[in-house]
Design a protein. Structure first.
Length: 394
C-alpha cells in the first residue's frame, strides 16, 4: 500500500483541513490500494494572536486587481452577488413593453426546480460538487428575490435562462461556503458543467455567448472590488484577526519552523508504507525544506501544489535550501518532485526554470479567479492525473 500524506497550507485549521482530506480521499478512490493521511500542523503549531489583536488600529483598507477575461469577470461579480446578472436583466425588463396577457414564467421555473430536486442524476452531480445540501435552499432564495421576479415576469429568453442558471449555481456556492466556513473545491470547468445541467433542466442552454454585453462591462468595472476578497469593506480589526492564521502561519514558519518540520518528520517516520508527500501552498514549502535537510527513506515522491518554493528560493528565504549559483538540490534529494501551478493562482510558482530537470512543472487551468484558484486544484481532474503519475499509476 502507498500512503499519501497531505501537508496543508497557511490558515488551515480543523475542520476545514479534514474537509480537504475527505475531498482528496474521494479523488483517489479509483487508484485502488492508496490511503491518505494528514499532517495537521496548523492546529498544534500554527499562528495565533497572543494578545487578542491589541496591536491592531481600527480602519479600512481596499485593494483589487484588473485585466481578467470576460467570463471570469462575470463569475467574480456573481460570487460577490449571485443576483448581479438577474438584476441587470430585470432593469431592462422593467422598461420593456410586455404584450397584453403575458403570463409570468416564475411558476413554471419553480416547477422545473422542484423536478430537479427529485432527479437522482441532478442530485448526484450536485453532491459531487459539494452543493447538494445547499442548492435548493439557494434556489428558493434566488427565485423569491425581486430581480428574479422581474426578470421572469414574461417568457424567459435564452439569455435570461442562462443568467438564471448562473445565479442558482453562484448562490449555492456562496451558501455552501458561508455554512461550511471552508473552501469549495470547484474549478471553472466543473462549475460550468453544473450551470449547463441546470440550464438544460430549465429548458435552455448556458452558452457563454448569452452573457449580455452590459453585464460584462459592469462586471469588469466592478471586478477590482470583488476579485481579491468579499471582505474588503470590513474593518481592519476583523480582517486582520481573520487573516492572522494565513499571513501569521508564514511568519511563524519562516522564523521558527523547526518544530513544524519535526512534526512532519515524526508523521512520516510513523508510516511503514511508501509515502507520497502532497504539500499545498506553505505545506509544500514545509515538505520541501524537510527533504532538503534530511533523507526520508520512505518518501517516494513529492507533489507541491500552489506552492511558493521557487519564489522563496529566489529571495534566499527558504529555511531548507540557501540560494547558490548552481541552483541544485542537495545530493541526497533524489525524490521525484512534481510541482502543480495555475497561472491565476497568485501564490503558485514554477520550479523548472530554476531547478531544471530535477522537477516537473504541471500547469492546471481551473478557470477561476484568486483566491478560489488557490484551492480549486483539488476539484480538478487534471490534478488527480498528476497525483496518479506521482504514485506510479499512470
Amino acid at each position: 500500500m502507498t500512503t499519501v500524506v497531505f501537508v496543508h497550507g497557511t490558515g488551515t485549521r480543523s475542520p476545514a483541513a479534514r474537509n480537504t482530506v475527505q475531498r482528496l480521499a474521494h479523488g483517489i478512490q479509483p487508484f485502488g490500494d492508496v490511503r491518505i493521511l494528514s499532517c495537521l500542523w496548523g492546529d498544534r503549531l500554527g499562528a495565533s494572536l497572543g494578545r487578542t489583536g491589541s496591536s491592531i488600529p481600527a480602519g479600512l483598507s481596499e485593494r483589487g486587481v484588473e485585466g481578467i477575461p470576460d467570463d471570469i469577470a462575470i463569475w467574480a461579480a456573481l460570487e460577490h452577488d449571485p443576483l448581479f446578472e438577474l438584476d441587470m436583466l430585470g432593469t431592462e425588463q422593467r422598461h420593456a413593453e410586455l404584450p397584453p396577457g403575458t403570463t409570468p414564467a416564475l411558476p413554471s421555473v419553480r416547477a422545473d426546480v422542484e423536478r430537479m430536486a427529485r432527479d437522482p442524476a441532478v442530485r448526484a452531480d450536485l453532491a459531487d460538487a459539494g452543493l447538494d445540501a445547499h442548492f435548493f435552499d439557494a434556489a428558493d432564495e434566488v427565485l423569491s428575490s425581486a430581480p428574479a421576479r422581474t426578470a421572469l415576469s414574461a417568457r424567459p429568453s435564452a439569455q435570461t435562462r442562462a443568467a438564471l442558471s448562473r445565479a442558482l449555481v453562484a448562490a449555492a456556492m456562496r451558501r455552501a461556503e458561508n455554512e461550511t466556513q471552508g473552501p469549495l473545491f470547484l474549478d471553472g470547468d466543473h462549475r460550468d458543467a453544473l450551470v449547463e445541467l441546470v440550464a438544460a433542466r430549465l429548458g435552455g442552454a448556458s452558452d457563454r455567448g448569452q452573457v449580455g454585453e452590459r453585464a460584462v462591462a459592469a462586471a469588469k468595472r466592478l471586478a477590482t472590488d470583488f476579485v481579491v476578497s468579499r471582505k474588503v469593506d470590513r474593518s481592519r480589526l476583523l480582517m486582520t484577526r481573520q487573516a492572522t492564521s494565513v499571513a501569521g502561519d508564514v511568519l511563524v514558519y519562516l522564523s521558527r519552523g523547526t518544530a513544524i518540520r519535526e512534526y512532519l518528520a515524526e508523521t512520516l517516520a510513523g508510516i511503514d508504507d511508501e509515502v507520497v508527500v502532497l504539500g499545498h501552498s506553505l505545506g509544500g514549502v514545509i515538505a520541501f525544506d524537510l527533504l532538503c535537510q534530511r533523507p526520508c527513506p520512505n518518501v517516494t515522491a513529492l507533489v507541491t501544489v500552489g506552492s511558493q518554493i521557487p519564489y522563496l528560493y529566489e529571495l534566499d528565504a527558504l529555511p531548507g535550501l540557501a540560494l547558490h549559483a548552481e541552483d541544485r538540490l542537495p545530493p541526497h534529494f533524489t525524490t521525484p518532485w512534481h510541482n502543480v501551478f495555475d497561472r491565476r493562482d497568485v501564490l503558485a510558482f514554477t520550479a523548472a526554470p530554476i531547478f531544471g530537470a530535477q522537477v516537473t512543472d504541471w500547469e492546471i487551468d481551473s478557470r477561476t479567479t484568486f483566491p478560489r484558484s488557490h484551492s480549486a486544484y483539488f476539484g480538478n481532474r487534471r490534478f488527480f492525473q498528476v497525483l496518479a503519475v506521482a504514485l506510479g499509476l499512470a
